[in-house]
Design a binder for this molecule. Structure first.
Ligand code: 5GP
Ligand code: ZN
Length: 118
């Protein structure tokens, strides 16, 4: 599975391109982090590769260094916006809650988090 630079009608490709606004908290050459529009924790940031991959397994297979960069950026966000502790979630597939099919890590931080995924 190779990445596409941009997928038509992909919400997060449009945020990467700047055609839909987002509250960007950090950016590298290959990754962008912006606040979730419906936050589930005091800090809820989505970390997204700028290239289009559908889900986390596709990035892991095609470009492990890019996936590692997503995790490093998540750690940096938790360190700058919270106390450095964080939960990282990749929903993969509709039954797991994935609604945007451009891979994104949810970074949740800033509070003692509960655990009720079902
Ligand atoms: P998923 O359900 O695919 O794991 O996560 C998608 C996330 O994107 C959801 O948490 C949702 O609140 C967020 N989201 C949906 N539309 C927008 C948007 O237009 N802007 C931002 N910043 N987040 C969005
Ligand atoms: Zn996309």
């Amino acid at each position: 599975m190779t990445a596409r630079i941009m997928e038509a009608d992909c919400l997060f490709c449009k945020i990467v391109a700047g055609s839909i606004p987002a509250d960007v908290v950090t950016e590298t050459e290959r990754v962008i982090g912006f606040r979730d529009i419906d936050p589930q924790a005091p800090v809820h940031v989505l970390v997204v590769p700028k290239e289009h991959y559908g889900d986390v397994a596709q990035v892991a297979a095609a470009d492990p260094a890019l996936l590692a960069e997503v995790i490093t950026v998540a750690d940096q966000i938790a360190g700058s916006l919270a106390d450095g502790q964080f939960r990282l979630i990749f929903n993969s597939g509709p039954h797991a809650g994935q609604s945007v099919f451009h891979v994104h890590a949810h970074v949740l931080a800033g509070a003692k988090l509960g655990w009720s995924p079902a």
